[in-house]
Design a binder for this molecule. Structure first.
Ligand code: SF4
Length: 462
């Protein structure tokens, strides 16, 4: 008989393999710097030598004008030690001719596009290194309210028994969920579902790097979750890894696959032919329709569900917004969830959401707004220390040469840290099962709503 074991992700410290990019960079006018150093050197020479030896005096002069040691390397300000810069702007304020600007490293600038601050990136790096939650000890230092996920707070006023017991393992808080279609009523056939241990799966990534796909496939298996692969990569890995499923893009040839789940892309009603073909040759698989959040996507969702798809994967831009308007996924999800409830099909089907799920706190917030599961991508790249480069208005992700065990463990650590935080949130909200949070707006506080309630009838000062 198999022994029951509670869901747990094995963590192991896994320090970064590559140098973490510096955050700030002073832009130096080298000619002006040379002029400043030489004039200071000769002007203060006499006075300086009274206080210090010549060697120390030269060293001090050449490390000007930063007291944090950015210019204290062998080549002074001609080759600044960028890692030491804290962007205090003192150098620029005092020597505007010498220091042209102090800029943010383009690597981090690109990540701002996904609404990730430097602190968020530090947090993901910490989580993937240690597998633990980051505790600052200084309380939350961020803004009071922001856009998207930052305008939602988790209502933790229902501090009930599972709170500490759940977090410390005395009481089990389940993060298990299902992908597929459930029967409407008991006795109406059998549900067609697959169990996932944590409501976080790995998003499809069109990169040509077998090692990267192997790392995510193996991590998905060990963590009891799934990874969505393009069909060509899926074919290469389907024998070795169980927890992967393929995505058929619109123009791709339909093939027989061994996976329990199949995702297919659909942009208009005509694409439904893909579903028909897929059902003919993979009739046992769970069919998930991948739909972009743009245009009449809601109509397309109802249509594809009527045609027999078991679930929907609603894709947003990587910053969490719709493709053709300024609506955030939290707003769209709430609206869609409400409509599906009114149509009487919400509890039967699966709703996966991706795009902009970049922090642990986004998971319970997206689920509270109506998603069953989320698919993540950018945090996986940060954990694997990928490089982000700006290309015109777009960006490029450059993978590092990855070590398999290192990469797999970094992903497992990240998931473990997010799992712990999900349990923390669930237990503080009085939930023993993540499925009970799906679409439970009562456990979320929306800034716009409480702002309206609190200041209703009071005119704004102009
Ligand atoms: S911004 Fe501050 S830390 Fe950075 S180089 Fe200038 S003085 Fe030094």
């Amino acid at each position: 008989m198999e022994r029951y074991e509670r869901y747990h992700i094995k963590i192991k410290k896994m320090p970064p393999l590559f140098k973490i990019p510096h955050k700030y960079e002073p832009i130096v006018n080298k000619f002006e710097l040379f002029k400043m150093i030489t004039s200071e050197f000769f002007h203060n020479l006499k006075e300086g030598l009274k206080k210090r030896k010549l060697k120390d005096y030269i060293k001090l002069t050449f490390s000007r004008p930063c007291k944090y040691g950015v210019f204290s390397g062998r080549f002074g300000g001609f080759k600044p030690i960028k890692e030491k810069c804290v962007r205090c702007f003192e150098c620029k304020i005092e020597y505007p001719k010498v220091i042209k600007d102090v800029i943010i490293n383009p690597h981090y600038k690109v990540l701002e596009k996904f609404n990730l601050s430097m602190e968020d990136i530090d947090t993901i790096l910490f989580e993937s290194e240690t597998g633990m939650e980051k505790v600052s000890g200084m309380g939350y230092k961020g803004p009071f309210v922001g856009k998207g996920f930052d305008s939602i707070w988790l209502d933790m006023s229902e501090i009930v028994r599972p709170t500490r017991d759940g977090k410390e393992g005395r009481e089990y808080i389940s993060t298990e969920t299902q992908i597929g279609r459930k029967v409407k009523k008991f006795g109406e056939g059998i549900s067609k579902t697959v169990t996932v241990q944590i409501p976080v799966i790995f998003e499809y990534e069109p990169l040509k790097d077998d090692n990267f796909h192997r790392i995510l496939s193996c991590a998905a298996y060990e963590a009891g979750t799934f990874y969505i692969l393009g069909i060509s990569n899926f074919k290469k890995l389907e024998r070795d890894y169980k927890n992967i499923f393929p995505l058929f893009k619109r123009e791709e040839k339909i093939e027989v696959v061994s996976s329990k789940i199949v995702e297919f892309e659909i942009e208009e009603n005509d694409d439904i032919k893909i579903l028909e073909e897929l059902k003919k040759i993979n009739d046992k698989s769970i069919m998930i329709a991948r739909i972009k959040a743009k245009g009449d996507f809601k109509e397309l969702i109802y249509f594809v569900l009527n045609e027999g798809a078991e679930g929907i994967h609603l894709v947003f831009k990587r910053n969490g917004y719709a493709f053709d308007n300024k609506k955030h996924l939290t707003e769209i999800l709430r609206d869609l969830n409400k409509d599906l409830i009114e149509k009487g099909i919400r509890s039967q089907i699966t709703l996966i959401v991706s795009g902009g799920i970049n922090k642990a706190e986004h998971v319970p917030k997206a689920i509270g707004c109506g998603a069953d599961l989320v698919a993540i991508d950018i945090p996986l790249h940060i954990a694997l220390q990928s490089e982000f480069k700006e290309r015109d208005d777009e960006y490029e992700i450059i993978l590092k040469k990855l070590n398999f065990d290192w990469g797999k463990q970094r992903i497992l650590n990240l998931l473990s840290a997010w799992h712990e935080q999900l349990i923390e949130a669930l237990s503080a909200m009085g939930k023993r099962d993540v499925r009970r949070l799906v679409g439970d707006y009562g456990r979320l506080i929306f800034f716009e709503e409480i702002f309206e309630e609190s200041f209703a009838g009071i005119e704004r000062v102009k």
